[in-house]
Write a protein that binds this ligand. Structure first.
Ligand code: PLP
Length: 480
């Protein structure tokens, strides 16, 4: 052991206290950390011959990296769909690295992490009031959850032709293009398309279902037309439980009815929208979803655990297909997969960090009530922002505030909606002030700003700051 490493090992107590102090100071002044940062150049650094030791590394992070950080875990980071980190989730995440368990099977020594993973999945099902027939596990994000669910859907498609895609390969099973699954969706998230690319199904092979006027959801009659026209073929429906622009939901009750009438794989991407189930006033948006084949839920968004964390839920009747899909064949040292359930043969990764623990910690620490309060507060604040926009002459809502997102355009002095370039300049000005952060979108042919509220810390005072920022930028912008 080098002396540097030896010294660090001996000083582990001091070093962990150093990080503890650093973290607590950082979090206590998070409100003053800008939500955007003009600074983006990391000083060049090459690999040292003799290492610096851990204390110097922390000092370097503090001095050279920290000026580049943005307050993305804070209450006014409303770009994309960005969650923060609850106190219990943070502590859980520290412990994950401290104990460094490898979550794989349920049957050996050191497998408590897999047991906790199952317990956490059960608690998330309870949070959403979903039935026990879903099996789930942790992956890195909703992208990988969509990938996992759609991989099982692909395997299911193969079995419709009596084939095993995982073993035989795509060209053997779907070589005859007529056998390829028909994929229906109205407004799939880009990550669902990316998943289709990764799965060899092709991101351009989605049959885009019609949408009712002013909606991002599927026209159910059009879905039924496609299902009727493709009876006997394998069909995968990728539905939305909350789109990222306007939080539109496909009609789950109607899809459930179709699912009873036709054979298709029903996937729901509910990355953040699943949390509507925490609010008695909004859970109707998901009614019927319990009959889906698979569901995607992100944990690093509205559950407010650190990156990178999401779960998949797949109907237990598909477990054998899932095991075929993620099978470690040709690895006898991993045990006989048929004998024992093992995450090794149930998820894309093999070795995994104990990703469930931060989610477990926050769920147990704050309970159902804690999440209901966070979700309802975010929704109420989004609605409040929507009302302010509605009654202002400066901005215009481009979609109703269905849940926790506000999609709005900016007007010029004549009341015309700003075009792309002007809107981007407005947004850059707003973001560079560093007190609130939003991202743009193109919705219905109109360039908009999007505010997505999923952070546990966001309060009325944050909304007031954001509103004052918006109006100040507007006055400067339109005046100049
Ligand atoms: C965020 C999001 C995704 C992708 O999630 P990652 O966590 O970035 O992988 C997929 N679908 C929806 C609806 C999302 O909001």
């Amino acid at each position: 052991m080098t002396t540097v490493l030896q010294r660090d090992a001996e000083n582990i107590g001091t070093l962990t206290e150093l990080v503890q102090r650093y973290s607590s100071e950082y979090l206590q002044r998070l409100d003053a950390v800008p939500t955007d940062n003009a600074e983006s150049l990391l000083p060049p650094l090459s690999l040292p011959e003799a290492g610096w030791g851990a204390a110097s590394v922390v000092k370097y992070i503090q001095e050279k990296m920290q000026p580049l950080f943005v307050a993305s875990p804070g209450g006014r980071y409303w770009g994309y769909v960005t969650g923060g980190v609850t106190p219990a989730a943070l502590l859980g995440d520290w412990i994950v690295s401290t104990i460094d368990q490898n979550t794989q099977s349920l049957n050996g020594p050191g497998d408590m992490s897999a047991l906790v993973e199952q317990q956490t999945i059960t608690m998330i099902r309870e949070l959403f009031e979903l039935p026990a027939h879903f099996r789930g596990g942790f992956v890195t994000g909703a992208t990988m959850s969509n990938f996992t669910c759609l991989a099982v859907a692909r395997q299911w498609s193969g079995t419709k032709a009596g084939r095993d895609v995982a073993r035989e390969g795509l060209s053997q099973v779907f070589g005859d293009a007529l056998q390829s699954p028909i994929i229906l969706s109205a407004t799939p998230h880009s990550s669902a398309l990316k998943s289709l690319s990764m799965l060899g199904l092709g991101s351009s092979n989605v049959v885009v279902v019609q949408k009712p006027m002013g909606r991002e959801a599927m026209d159910i009659q059009d879905v039924e037309r496609h299902l009727a026209a493709n009876e006997g073929k394998s069909v995968i429906v990728i539905s939305s439980g909350g789109t990222v622009n306007t939080v539109d939901y496909d009609d789950m009750l109607a899809l459930r009815e179709l699912h009873q009438k036709y054979s298709f794989w029903w996937h729901i991407d509910a990355a953040f929208g699943a949390f509507a189930a925490c609010s008695p006033a909004h859970k109707h948006l998901l009614e019927g979803w319990e009959e889906a084949d698979s569901i995607t839920v992100d944990c690093h968004k509205w559950l407010n655990v650190p990156y990178d964390s999401a779960i998949f839920l797949v109907h237990e009747s598909h477990a054998p297909l899932q095991m075929q899909t993620f099978q470690n064949s040709n690895a006898p040292y991993l045990g006989n997969p048929a004998d024992n359930f093992s995450y090794l043969n149930f998820v894309p990764e093999n070795s995994r960090r104990f990703r469930a623990l931060p989610a477990w910690c926050t769920l147990v620490a704050y309970g159902k009530e804690g999440y209901r309060e966070i979700v309802e507060r975010n929704i109420a604040l989004a609605q409040n922002l929507g009302e302010r926009i509605n009654s202002s002459t400066m901005f215009a809502l481009q979609a109703p505030v269905r849940l926790n997102m506000v999609c709005f355009s900016v007007k010029d002095a004549n009341g015309n909606v700003l075009e792309k370039d002007a809107l981007m300049r407005f947004l850059d000005t707003l973001n560079h002030r560093g007190r609130v952060f939003m991202t743009p979108t193109l919705y219905n042919g109109v360039w908009c700003l999007r505010a997505a509220l999923v952070n546990w810390q966001t309060q009325q005072k944050d909304l007031d700051i954001a509103w004052s920022e918006l109006t100040q930028v507007y006055q400067e912008f339109v005046a100049s």
